[in-house]
Design a protein. Structure first.
Ligand SMILES: Cc1ncc(COP(=O)(O)O)c(C=O)c1O
Length: 267
């Protein structure tokens, strides 16, 4: 099961992913809860599950691919509506009748017809050239929004008449290849480093770090926040924070964050 895309918009080259995983699995499942729009714009060509087919992956090794999409999220359908897409491969064939029966075992017998009708409406909206047009409009708006955020931040910094703080946009300057080496460091030694894994603190369950993200300076928001959680855990043993992606040193109680080794950077 592969989450594609992630919450912050990282998406996979799905054909390459399928080639890499095919030797070890006959079936792949892409969780595309946030990616139902990908099929409709060339920006995402080859980046969504259903792009893995006989035309892009020749030979007997191709896995059967499932993609589940929350149509209600990034297309225009009612809440709770979703789709399961299946691209069956001879290696692990899917009998559609059986699949549907199995699916029904886990669903309600009182189907909400307005929800189902909204799936048809969402499909019709994306059919033909208007699908690409709609997604293109959203992408253009998103780029304009990012440019405005950056411009506003610069204007505030240049004016110099108030604290030089404003929202930023996430755009890593460099991309790192984790195969080149990572190490686990306590927050006190992680200043200036690049994260190699996601760190999500619950609540609120929103990532504070993504792979490739900068940890920032010692007094910066990320390291101060993680340092505060670490201090809390030490002060209140047994009530420790829920920090996914952080390893706790069993001897010292130090938080350890997966960082890219120094000097490893691929632009
Ligand atoms: C990655 C991911 N997968 C699956 C789901 C579940 O989606 P649904 O709302 O269609 O149940 C979510 C919901 O937020 C999600 O973020």
């Amino acid at each position: 099961m592969i989450t594609n895309s992630t919450y912050d918009g990282l998406c996979y080259d799905t054909v390459q992913t399928a080639r890499a995983l095919a030797p070890s699995t006959p079936r792949l499942h892409f969780d595309e809860a946030w990616f139902a729009h990908a099929r409709f714009h060339p920006l995402y060509a080859g980046r969504y599950g259903m792009a893995v087919g006989p035309d892009t992956f020749e030979g007997d090794g191709r896995p059967t691919v499932f993609a589940t999409q929350s149509t209600h999220k990034l297309l225009a359908a009612l809440s709770q509506s979703a789709m399961v897409h299946v691209k069956s491969a001879p290696r692990a064939p899917v009998d559609h009748h059986r699949f549907n029966e199995a699916f029904m075992m886990h669903g309600t017998t009182s189907a909400p017809y307005p929800v189902i009708a909204s799936l048809d409406a969402a499909t019709a909206m994306m059919d033909g050239p208007q699908g690409e047009w709609l997604v293109n409009e959203v992408i253009t708006e998103a780029i304009r929004f990012r440019q405005t955020v950056v411009r506003t931040g610069r204007r505030i910094a240049d004016a110099g008449d108030r604290l030089p703080w404003f929202f930023g946009v996430w755009q890593p300057d460099t991309v790192t290849d984790p195969a080149d080496g990572t190490e686990r460091l306590p927050p006190a030694r992680a200043a200036g480093r690049v994260a190699a894994a996601m760190v999500t603190v619950t609540p609120p369950g929103i990532p504070v770090l993504m792979p490739g993200g900068a940890l920032g300076a010692t007094g910066g928001p990320v390291l101060r926040y993680l340092g505060a959680l670490e201090a809390f855990d030490r002060a209140f043993p047994g009530l420790h924070s829920e920090a996914h992606g952080v390893t706790v040193d069993p001897d010292t109680g130090d938080y350890l964050i997966e960082c890219v080794r120094e000097g490893v950077q691929v632009t």
